[in-house]
Design a protein around this ligand. Structure first.
Ligand code: PMP
Length: 400
């Protein structure tokens, strides 16, 4: 018998196929605005200096490669929780928040998905439309009923009214996934006033928020980006937060992140954590240790932390400047107004508003690669080539 005969091929991840097409493109002026990683002026995804220094220390001091516990390194958990919720968090003081170390933010999302399916049966999961495509498959594959609330309209504008109207009609007790900052794929973030309104709806409908925090430090700053998360953690007894260290620590391949759970009281946290350890045990047993050890080493040492904070700030400022530079370069083509949203968006990504046909022309005629939805990774832009990029955009969308 041929066991695998009936298994068909699944279409590849469109972003990964885009990467491959870029790799084999021989055009000397090719530009990759597709894959979602930070790039520096050389087009490289650097290892932060603070990470290298922490790794040197670990190389000297690490004494064992034995398993870490089910929740990972407790110091990593404590320090990351403080980074996310703030040192003066009421939830931390009340000992009603705990971190479970996971393989990246993706692992945290998957653990959250299993937790919801097992322990909150029947609860639907609501995602923004659009959202990071992996959200769709993670929750669906974990067996949850996935639905959507509006977020960005077809005319490429954030529509908070439509979002709030939809949230106020979803079933009581359902889980709503919110992007803390740097919304992927659109780059459109809620204002503080919007967040306050979302919180009111969440309370009124007794929804359980699951906040995805994958870009802390890439929007308006380390503390500023956590504003929404801290607002919710202060105002609500129960909350799920997925935190990723991939982008802000440059640790992508080390798979470093955590699921933070806030509970009504310290006693309940112990029950919930026992369940999370059980679920994690069946997913990956214990988490990978290296990235978390690096993060803990950096956050525990004031000097190293300062080095990291400066580096992260440089990355953030570079992306902000690239946004402004692109809009300025589009001005001579009469397109500054049309693309003004690019400088208002936050994080690495921008829903540019370019149509799939325009994206295709950019790729075929100018070797400029972005995702079919019109999502561009702003960090992939080369500041030396604003003019070239602006000319190509103008050519495909009828600018001067
Ligand atoms: N959430 C969002 C919105 C993301 O964009 C990403 C990374 N692309 C993640 C979670 C997960 O990141 P990782 O698993 O690499 O830590």
């Amino acid at each position: 018998m041929n066991h695998f005969q009936s298994i068909a091929r699944v279409p590849g991840d469109p972003i990964l196929s885009l990467m491959e097409a870029y790799r084999v493109d021989s055009h000397p002026g090719k530009l990759d605005l597709g894959v979602g990683v930070y790039k520096d002026t050389q087009g490289l995804t650097p290892i932060p200096k603070a990470v290298k220094l922490a790794e040197q220390r670990l190389l000297e001091c690490e004494t064992s490669k034995s398993y870490v516990g089910g929740h990972g390194d407790p110091l990593f958990g404590q320090l990351l929780t403080r980074l996310v919720l703030g040192a003066d968090s009421k939830a931390i003081t009340a000992q009603r928040v705990g971190a479970t170390q996971t393989p990246g933010g993706t692992g945290a999302l998957r653990l959250a998905a299993d937790f919801i399916r097992h322990h909150l049966p029947g609860r639907g999961l609501w995602l923004s439309a659009p959202t990071w495509p992996i959200h769709e498959s993670i929750f669906a594959e974990a067996g949850l009923q996935v639905s959507h609330y509006p977020y960005v309209d077809a005319d490429n504008r954030l529509n908070v009214e439509a979002m709030l109207a939809a949230l106020s009609h979803i079933p009581r007790g359902d889980v709503v996934l919110l992007h803390a900052c740097c919304h992927n794929p659109t780059g459109f973030d809620l204002s503080q006033a919007d967040w306050l309104r979302v919180l009111e709806v969440v309370k009124a409908r007794e929804l359980l928020p699951l906040i995805d925090f994958a870009y802390q430090g890439f929007g308006d700053g380390l503390e500023q980006d956590a504003w929404s998360v801290r607002l919710f953690a202060d105002a609500l007894p129960e909350l799920l937060i997925t935190s990723s260290c991939s982008k802000n620590f440059g640790l992508y391949r080390e798979r470093t992140g955590a699921l933070l759970v806030c509970t009504a009281d310290a006693e309940k946290l112990i029950d919930i954590r026992s369940q999370l350890a059980f679920l994690a045990r069946n997913l990956w047993s214990t988490p990978p240790a290296h990235g978390a050890a690096v993060v803990a080493t950096i956050l525990a040492d004031e000097e190293l932390k300062n080095v990291w904070v400066d580096e992260l700030e440089q990355m953030r400022v570079r992306v902000t400047r690239l946004r402004e530079g692109l809009v300025a370069a589009l001005a001579p083509h009469g397109l500054a107004q049309r693309f003004a949203h690019i400088s208002q968006q936050r994080g690495m990504f921008s829903y540019t508003g370019l149509s799939p046909a325009q994206v295709k022309r950019l790729r075929e005629e100018y070797s400029i690669y972005m995702v079919g939805s019109g999502r561009a990774n702003i960090a992939g832009i080369d500041a030396q080539r604003f003019t070239q990029l602006a000319q190509a955009i103008a050519a495909v969308c009828g600018g001067r």
